[in-house]
Design a protein around this ligand. Sequence first.
Ligand code: 4AD
Ligand code: MG
Length: 476
Amino acid sequence: MTYSVSQLLTQDITLQPVEIKGWVRTFRANRFIALNDGSTIHNIQCVVDFENTDEALLKRITTGAAVHIKGELVESQGKGQKVEIQVNKIEILGDADADDYPIQPKKHSFEFLRENAHLRTRTNTFSAVMRLRSSLSFAIHKYFNENGFYYMHTPIITGSDAEGAGEMFRVSTLDAKNPPLTDQGEVNYKEDFFGKETNLTVSGQLEAETFAMALGKVYTFGPTFRAENSNTSRHLAEFWMIEPEVAFMDLDGNMDLAEDFMKFVLSYVLKHNQDDLEFLDKRLQDEEKTKPQAERSEMNLIEKIKFVVDNNFKRVSYTEAIDILRNSKPNKKKKFNYIIEEWGADLQSEHERFLVEKHFKCPVILFDYPANIKAFYMRLNEDGKTVRAMDILFPGIGEMVGGSQREERLEVLKEKMNALGIPEEELWWYLDLRKYGTAVHSGFGLGFERLVMFATGMSNIRDVIPYPRTPQNAEF
Ligand code: 4AD
Ligand code: MG
């Protein structure tokens, strides 16, 4: 019977003939194979009877080789594992040239592993990260499914700019070297594939709103694209976003939903990914030890996740946050790159991190931002200058979630669009939602990779997605 390593290590099936397939992590003393098949962070030890094994075959048991092993599962004589396989037969399925195979059993830098991203998932760190990524995705669907949400697929190619940020990837089949021109000498997109300018989506929100206004509670979870040229450890050009949208829900309900949702998915991995979390926790502790004392985190990874699960997020208005920041030490001593002088300033990540990491020391939900630093669709407050926006800020990450109550009043929305020069014709269908059966509704977007960063303790977003797309990089 063929088993996975995870099954062999967790079930009581000693002394049965077992079969297993996997990749050799190490081969020690011509005798001990540490075999991994991706099902768990742990390897299974396979003990080769080297005296009765062909020497040429022994030579082919190298790190990275794929093997098929038949043998018996027995209680281990050695330390470090409960059971091991006494090998009766070993077949090499695929050799890995020892002089050539990049993933050797030693510490590789994350930079090196990014260049070998097609093989890096064979390391402990990246296999743990990818299993957690998978588990978090599952927990996300589970949460929404159990709470009456429908999963909607919003288009990847769109003709509208949901965030009004203008940082989009154009989708076109026109010949870039020789595009058709209008009489005015501009590129004639009427002749393009869709007969208009189209882009990769920056958010599924606007379409998700149409579904919420029919099905009540919906969510999207899909790839999202931003052509912002920000080469930071928290930005990707292609990332995954989770966007719930709910009819008849206001901003308070939106905050409750976001908090409950995040706590659920994080508790899910605490429960189901213990081994991987313990490994990543230790990895992070080793990394922290290399930092100066003052920069070390007070909590280890699992403690940080538990802390988020067990404590209320702090809810603070933008206005309160500005007061805190204005009176803060780094502001007074001009330690911030952007000094906060007055109400209305856009918050930079240094300010967000000060609030969560130094001041409140817990996740913070900031709400009621100035209208002119937020997107056009957010609901205007009675004060006429703030909107019902919320951002959720996380320690070590900064902005994790951005959301809002949506402007449901046709006239107010039109005015806002006109002021920003967004043509009504482009979003006629979005405006229709406000004409026919409009109602209070809200939603948010959670950057999936930022959540994976938090749950794994990885500090660069390029290391939590299989193949990162960033400026000047689209390998694999
Ligand atoms: O704050 P954002 O831009 O919000 C929206 O797109 C809304 N339409 C969401 C909604 O209300 N339905 O993006 C949401 C989240 C951010 O908080 C961040 O976590 C993540 O998406 N994000 C990115 N993650 C990785 N790389 C980037 N370039 C990101 N830009 C945003
Ligand atoms: Mg945002």
